[in-house]
Write a protein that binds this ligand. Structure first.
Ligand code: UT7
Length: 311
């Protein structure tokens, strides 16, 4: 049995904060942010809008697209580092809101690589035949752990949610290969200490420009393809320079990579599923395309999958 993606969805809050707005908050400028990161604007959730609210909107769209009802879900996995509270989990809140009365639910904590950890966990349950329909959501309200006085970090992050429903697909489609990894020794480079995110940007950058290209090539080749055969690369949207490093190592053209870091900034666990959902909706992703998803983040953690699109 092969596990694949049956439907996708995404949601971003209405409020837009541009680089020019950031200039009024900290000592920064549009040119610095754009050239160093590719970010032009980001979305910020309203005070009363919680991570579970963002997650729910994305989840509903993905279930609709998949043609799967809440009560048909066997498991809900929510990847987030910004849950509404530590418990009840965001996944349990979704379980109730979606009427997913038959589903187990847990949050997955692997920072920006969380969605990848969720997809690979779901794949195991589906391929063993234990579960049929699994909802995976990446959702973040990073604005609540952002230090709005620290220009090194506050210009980078945004809020949003993306979702995918996974289930059995035909033998020649679905997840073909994967890689998951962690290096706890790099933990201090990107951490929530106290109330806020702290980051050694240069160290994370060095790790990411090595890991993202390596993992992308690994999963493409492990799936039995040449790296240039990748039809669409969906990298974690942290920094356009890191994303381009992965794309260039695969040897594919710019139009074959999902980019939304300009519009949303870095939305951590939400960035890959948002880009995936946008790719489906804007027609970039078609049946039988070879898709690579690749992410990295705090932990340090990383994860990648190669999959053939379609049911
Ligand atoms: O999801 C994973 C999360 N994190 C990442 O992926 C981040 C990975 N790292 C990066 O993306 C980059 O390292 C950054 C975008 C964070 C920084 O870019 P950089 O090219 O590595 O810049 P830098 O750290 O070398 O800083 C250059 C200068 C510094 O000034 P000095 O010390 O050279 O005088 C910073 O103080 O830029 C300064 N700077 C800023 N200037 C204007 C830092 N933040 C800002 C800012 N506006 N917002």
């Amino acid at each position: 049995m092969k596990a694949g993606i049956l439907g996708t969805g995404h949601y971003v809050p209405e409020k837009v904060l541009t680089n020019f707005d950031m200039e009024k908050i900290v000592d920064t400028n549009d040119e610095w942010i754009r050239t160093r990161t590719g970010i032009e604007e980001r979305r910020i959730a309203a005070d009363q809008e919680e991570t579970s609210d963002l997650a729910l909107e994305a989840a509903k769209v993905s279930l609709e697209e998949a043609g799967v009802k809440g009560e048909e879900l066997d498991l809900i996995l929510v990847a987030t580092v910004t849950p509404d509270q530590s418990f009840p989990t965001v996944s349990c809140k979704l379980q109730e809101a979606l009427g997913a009365t038959n589903a187990a639910a847990m949050d997955v904590s692997a920072a920006c690589a969380g969605f990848m950890y969720g997809v690979i966990t779901a794949k195991q349950f589906i391929e063993t035949g234990a579960y049929k329909h699994i909802l995976i959501v990446g959702a973040e309200k990073l604005s609540k752990i952002t230090d709005w006085e620290d220009r090194n970090t506050c210009v980078l992050f945004g809020d949003g949610a993306g979702a995918a429903v996974m289930g059995p697909v035909s033998e020649d489609r679905g997840v073909l290969s994967f890689e998951l990894g962690a290096d706890g020794s790099g933990g201090p480079h990107l951490a929530q200490t106290g109330d806020f995110i702290h980051m050694n940007g240069r160290e994370v950058f060095k790790f990411a420009v090595r890991q993202m290209p390596e993992s992308s090539v690994y999963v493409a080749e492990k799936a039995g393809y040449a790296k240039e055969d990748v039809d669409y690369l969906i990298p974690h949207q942290a920094n356009i320079r890191i994303m381009d490093a992965a794309r260039q190592r695969l040897g594919i053209s710019e139009d074959k990579m999902a980019v939304n870091v300009n519009k949303y900034g870095n939305t951590s666990a939400a960035s890959i599923p948002i880009a995936l959902s946008e790719g489906v909706k804007n027609g970039k992703i078609k049946d039988d395309d070879l898709i690579v998803l690749v992410g990295f983040g705090g932990g340090l953690t990383w994860g990648a999958v190669a999959l053939k699109w379609g049911k």
